[in-house]
Structure formats: C-alpha cells, structure tokens
Design a protein around this ligand. Structure first.
Ligand code: PXP
Length: 250
C-alpha cells in the first residue's frame, strides 16, 4: 500500500460517439480518440455500451477491442444480452453499472445489497472467462461488503455526488461526500478489493481523489472530451495525467 502506487487513467470515449451520432455518420471516430488518448499516456480505454445504444455501438466495441492494444474496460448493465456481447468481445475488464433508460448518465451506484443474487452469476461468468469484473458502487460499507460477498475483485466508487457538490459550491456537502469516499477507499483495502473511482471528475477533483492511496484507477470521460474541444484531446489527457500525478504525490 502507499502513495507510491501509480494510478491508471482509463479514458472514456462515449461522448466522441455521442457527437458522431448527432449526425449519424462516421466522424468523429471513438477509435481514433482512443488511439490518441493512449498515445498521450492514458493506460486504458473505457466505453459503455448502453442498452439504448445512445452513444457507443456494438461495432465500436469490436473495433476498440481489435485495435487499441491496451486494456479495454467495457461498462455494461447486468443483462443477458450484454453478457453475451462481453463474452464474445472478451475485453480486459467489465464494469457492471446500473442503467435506466431515461437517465442522462449513470446516476448512482449498483444496488449490490439487494441485487446480490441477480449480480452474482454475472460476476462469476465474466470472471470464469478471464475478464476482470468491477462493480460501480456508492461509497458505502454495505455495498463494499456485498461486492466482496459475491466475489467481485474490484469496485469502482461513484464520485458523482461529490463532484456535483464541488461544482455547485456546496462546501459542507462536498466535504461530507469526500469523507465518504475516503472511508470507503480505506475499507476496500481491509476487504481485499481493488479500488477504482470515477464519474464527473475534472482536473481539480481528479487531483484531490488521487490523494487517496487505495485508488489505483480512475475512469474519466465527459470532462476530458469537453476540454478537448478547447485544447485538443492530447493536451486534455496530458493535463489530466499531470493532475493525477500531482494529487498522488501530495
Ligand atoms: N465510470 C463509470 C462506471 C461510468 O459509468 C462513467 C460514465 O459513463 C464514468 C466512469 C465516467 O464518467 P464521466 O464521463 O462523468 O467522466
């Protein structure tokens, strides 16, 4: 343990596909964005094949897996259809997320406590296929214990509530949410879970969360792609890597 561990950055390319789909053509290409992010120093690529296919398409997943030569983290709802696709594509990792059709983005963590029996077979099948499984969870002890009970090796802590509070200037709430994240990250160590985090992170919040020594991976998308409009994707990824290293060193 300790602050010396490097944090991997997974760049989520969903919103390159969002932009492409707005016109229905082939550009901008999420695969090109993935290659550029990796060339800029990202450690892996994350993409969420949603059930409504609003951004990433099945063919994007196949192309990413075939072409990036770096770890692909496939975010998916725990459904039979997604399981079949993941078992065909065989990404490096799958992150199970809750999904509601009407939400704009993944609004909360998985209800692992009440969903244990439903989720366990997904963790089991994916793990047996050699795919590293993570569960996207709220930073709560109950969720972490349930994740451990169904033998998920990794959890990704949902940082959305904290990031929203920071953006809205709700200082008290932001402090309380950060404390929940800090405590949850520490608990992952006790429970033997690998700890990732993500959702809503920008340069400042990524720098702050990187100071939590248990976190070994951050998955970041929307802010990086948005920032790329102004400074380019390469610069956006490089600046994020610098912020994360700064936070880890702090
Ligand atoms: N991690 C998970 C599990 C997610 O569902 C998402 C959003 O798709 C992210 C990370 C990235 O969040 P953002 O796009 O807000 O950086």
């Amino acid at each position: 343990m300790g602050s010396a561990k490097k944090i991997r950055l997974g760049v989520n390319v969903d919103h390159v596909a969002t932009l492409r789909n707005a016109r229905g053509g082939a550009v901008p290409d999420p695969l090109r964005a993935a290659q550029m992010a990796l060339a800029a120093g990202a450690d892996g690529i994350t993409a969420h094949l949603r059930e409504d296919r609003r951004h990433i398409q099945d063919e994007d997943m196949r192309r990413l897996k075939a072409s990036i030569g770096a770890p692909l983290n496939f975010e998916m709802a725990a459904t039979e259809q997604m399981l079949d696709i993941a078992l065909k594509i065989r990404p490096h990792a799958c992150c199970l997320v809750p999904e509601k059709r009407t939400e704009r983005t993944t609004e909360g963590g998985l209800d692992v406590v009440n969903g244990r029996d439903r989720l366990a077979p997904f963790v089991d099948e994916l793990s047996r296929a050699g795919i590293r499984v993570s569960l996207f969870v709220e930073p709560s002890l109950e969720a972490l214990e349930a994740a451990r009970a169904i033998k998920a090796p990794v959890v990704e802590l949902h940082t959305g509530a904290w990031c929203n509070a920071v953006v809205l200037g709700e200082t008290g709430k932001a402090e309380a949410e950060f404390e929940r994240l800090r405590v949850a990250a520490a608990e992952t160590e006790r429970l033997g879970l690998e700890c990732h985090a993500g959702h809503g992170l920008d340069f400042d919040t990524a720098r702050q969360i990187a100071a939590l020594p248990q976190i070994v991976e951050l998955n970041i998308g929307h802010f990086l792609i948005g920032e790329a409009v102004f400074i380019g994707l390469e610069a956006s990824v490089k600046q994020m890597i610098a912020a994360i290293s700064e936070g880890r060193g702090a």
